[in-house]
Design a protein around this ligand. Structure first.
Ligand SMILES: *Cc1c(COP(=O)(O)O)cnc(C)c1O
Length: 375
């Protein structure tokens, strides 16, 4: 049996039941199940605000756009970010017309507080932290640093559905947190995400901006009856970023099983650690202090990464790489060589297969093979 990096484990009957409800009710769009997933997400995470979107990419854009506008940031302002991420993180800074400034990663593959502090200038307004693989790394130190320098903290939590730090779900102390429920994330739908602002007033703005700038509330309160039901106001050019009820239905089922699935992922990670612990040539990326990781990924670092990947592929084992250093790509090339740890990691990391269909035996086999090829 070939072993893939990731196979989503949909509870098909429950998902179909959710979709059936939407179809029978004749309500597949915004509202209905999107309201329900927002409520359930707030209960699950303890976060105060949650708005369901069509993806995390648009969420990151909205996060930056709203902070920029409400806090009077300009195109000259700089957002400190990581090169070792999915390009969405850094594209979002460009969508909002600000400048990504790259800081380096640490042994957790997350932003290093020392490197972030060095990158701060009088133009810096925020730090974008990515909890790669579900790990929190030195997030707490970055939070302190942001407080010290008066910076906003945006948490790209695309891998962090169900990650807890000091026994609390991540996001409560970030200015805004964005989750992804994309097809290959640990809470998969097809495409959707959640934006969670600390400030309620920003949540209200996010709702308006994610639906083309349409403000229904002015009429909802007074005249949303009878003849004026169709009437709404538009004061600005918003986006079409909100989520829909079909995706929300799938997310509701995924959320029900999220903690159970994540705990199995943590078990898989523990088996990998145990099976690989006597091998000096393989370094397993740690989660970070006080982190109960979603373990969206389990990453290792090796020398000769590409030839090791090739040999694993020959044995029908198909791991992944998260990610190539973004400064290798054209839009970010001018920052190449600023972050040597990230560049080195980018050539050494492998994400091992992690999903509900992997057994302890699979892990023992993968580990034995890995050990035999790294020598
Ligand atoms: C997947 C991912 C995103 C984007 O999520 P989408 O929901 O696909 O837009 C952003 N950041 C990171 C780190 C990701 O892995």
């Amino acid at each position: 049996m070939p072993t893939q990096l990731f196979i989503p484990n949909f509870r098909v009957d429950e998902c179909l039941e959710q979709v059936r409800e939407c179809l029978e009710k004749g309500w597949t769009g915004l509202g209905f199940k999107t309201n329900e997933i927002e409520q359930e997400w707030k209960i699950f995470t303890g976060l105060k605000n949650a708005h369901f979107l069509s993806s995390a990419t648009v969420g990151l854009h909205l996060a930056l756009e709203i902070l920029k506008r409400e806090l009077d940031w300009s195109d000259e302002n700089e957002i400190i970010t990581t090169p070792l991420t999915f390009v969405s993180t850094n594209h979002a800074i460009k969508y909002a017309n600000m400048k990504p400034v790259f800081a380096d990663v640490d042994e957790y593959l997350c932003l290093s507080p020392e490197s972030v502090e060095k990158a701060i200038t009088d133009k810096t307004t925020a730090v974008m932290f990515v909890g790669i693989g579900g790990n929190t790394g030195q997030y707490a130190a970055i939070r302190k640093l942001c407080d010290k320098h008066g910076l906003k903290l945006i948490l790209d939590a695309a891998h962090m559905a169900g990650t807890r730090l000091n026994n609390r779900h991540v996001g409560y102390d970030a200015d805004v947190t964005v989750f992804s429920f994309q097809a290959v994330k640990n809470l998969p739908t097809a495409d959707s995400g959640m934006i969670c602002f600390k400030e309620m007033e920003y949540d209200v703005i996010a709702r308006r901006l994610s639906w083309l700038g349409i403000d229904k509330d002015t009429y909802a309160r007074t005249a949303n009856k009878g003849a004026y039901k169709w009437k709404y106001d538009v004061n600005e050019v918003g986006y079409k970023y909100h989520g829909n009820s079909i995706m929300a239905g799938l997310a509701l089922v995924g959320l029900k099983y999220l903690d159970r699935d994540n705990s199995y992922r943590r078990q898989l990670a523990a088996w990998y650690r145990e099976s690989l612990k006597d091998c000096k040539a393989i370094k397993i990326i740690p989660n970070g202090p006080d982190c109960e990781s979603s373990h969206h990924l389990l990453q290792i670092r090796v020398n000769n990464r590409d030839s090791i990947l090739q040999k694993l592929n020959d044995a029908e084992i198909y791991p992944g790489v998260h990610y190539s250093d973004n400064t290798e790509y054209k839009p970010y090339k001018q920052s190449a060589e600023l972050c040597p740890n990230s560049r080195a990691a980018s050539n050494e990391i492998i994400s091992l297969p992690m999903h509900m269909g992997i057994s302890k035996n699979d892990i023992v086999e993968i580990a034995e093979l890995l050990k035999s090829i790294v020598k």
